[in-house]
Structures are given as C-alpha cells and as structure tokens.
Ligand binder design. Structure first.
Ligand SMILES: Cc1cc2nc3c(=O)[nH]c(=O)nc-3n(C[C@H](O)[C@H](O)[C@H](O)COP(=O)(O)O)c2cc1C
Length: 181
C-alpha cells in the first residue's frame, strides 16, 4: 500500500550525516511507491510554542503565522512521520524541537492525529548509543501520547564531520527502515 510520508529534518547542515541518511530513506521510500513530503525545519522560520491556546482561531493551526503553518496540514495528512536530526547537547536541536512543540496546536485544535506511524533517524559524535536517549525517549513518549506507532529507529553514534556517515551502515539502516513501510 502506498503511504503518505512526511519527513521533518532538523539539521542545518545540508550535506551532513543526518541528511545523507534522510536522502537514502526518501529515495528508497519513493522507489517503493510511497509519496514523500519533506520539510527542512532548520531552513525555515519557526519559533517555539507560546502556549496561548488560541490554536486554529484564525483558521490556521497557529495564531502566530510562521512557517509551522505550512507544515501543520502535512502532519494532518501524513500516514507516517519521520523525524531526522543530529543530537545537540544530548537533546533535540532547537529548530525541530519548535516544530514538535507546535504539534500541540493540532491537539488543542481537536484535530484527529491518532493512528499514524512514526520513525526516527538520528546520529551523534560520541561513540555511545545512549547519547541519543535525549531524542529517542521524548519522541517515543510523545508518539505514545499521540497514539502513533513507532515503527523504527536508526541510531548512529560515532559520526562528527560531514561524510563520516559513509563509514557506518547508517544509510543502509535508513533504506531498511523505508523497506519496512
Ligand atoms: C550545537 C551542537 C551540539 C552537539 N552536541 C552533541 C552532543 O551532545 N553529543 C554528541 O555526541 N554530539 C553532539 N554534536 C555533534 C553532532 O551530533 C554530530 O556532528 C552529527 O553528526 C551532526 O549531524 P549532521 O551532520 O546531520 O548535522 C553536536 C553538534 C553541534 C553543532
């Protein structure tokens, strides 16, 4: 079955390690007949949630009309949401964290978001897989709260510089994730 896949990236490095895995994932997903929509959140203007709880009062997801309002309809429409990002300070980079926080607007707006699948592709410098817990655990818990099924996680330690991902099986794991859909 062809699925609508939304890919949200969080790295500002266009030629970096998480983008390489993202590109491999998307290429395989499209080859398998899925439709992919991608937003590179670090290249967009998206601020954090202001907790005003006036979501959808203007007709758009967020009253503060920035680029998140371009992503919100794609979240509603997606069968699968794939989050890709590097670790920043043992946590989620601010650029994509703002998007994740603003998913609150869909909840407050009473939109039906349950029943989706989601996945994570991430990497970090240190040679320790638990460094990615600061991304993995909040995404797993948020998925559970939203009634999304976490279908796969690609967690690649030991990559610092652009190109380091080629020394790992990260892109192969990203392709394997796409082939699970
Ligand atoms: C602001 C910043 C903070 C980082 N914090 C961590 C960290 O806490 N732990 C770690 O292992 N790597 C950390 N890194 C390294 C990146 O996770 C690593 O270079 C990764 O491969 C970058 O992925 P990208 O090429 O997709 O941007 C940090 C990098 C930056 C720029």
């Amino acid at each position: 079955m062809s699925k609508k896949i939304l890919v949200l990236t969080g790295s500002p490095r266009k030629n970096g390690n998480s983008f390489a895995m993202t590109d491999a994932f998307i290429q395989a997903a499209e080859q398998n007949g899925h439709t992919v929509t991608r937003f590179d959140t670090a290249m967009m203007k998206i601020s954090g949630c202001r907790a005003c709880q006036t979501c959808y009062s203007t007709g758009k997801a967020c009253t503060f009309d920035d680029d998140f309002n371009k992503i919100a309809p794609a979240i509603l429409d997606a069968d699968v949401i794939v989050f890709t990002m590097p670790v920043y300070w043992y946590s989620i980079p601010a650029q994509i964290k703002a998007v994740i926080d603003r998913i609150f607007s869909l909840v407050i707006g009473g939109k039906e978001i349950a029943g989706k699948e989601c996945a994570l592709i991430t990497c970090c410098e240190e040679d320790d897989i638990t460094v990615m817990d600061g991304i993995r655990i909040p995404l797993e818990r948020s998925a559970e709260l939203n009634k999304w099924t976490m279908i796969g996680e690609v967690l690649i330690p030991g990559v610092l510089n652009v190109g380091d991902i080629a020394k790992t099986d990260g892109c192969q794991q990203a392709i394997a994730l796409a082939n699970k859909l």
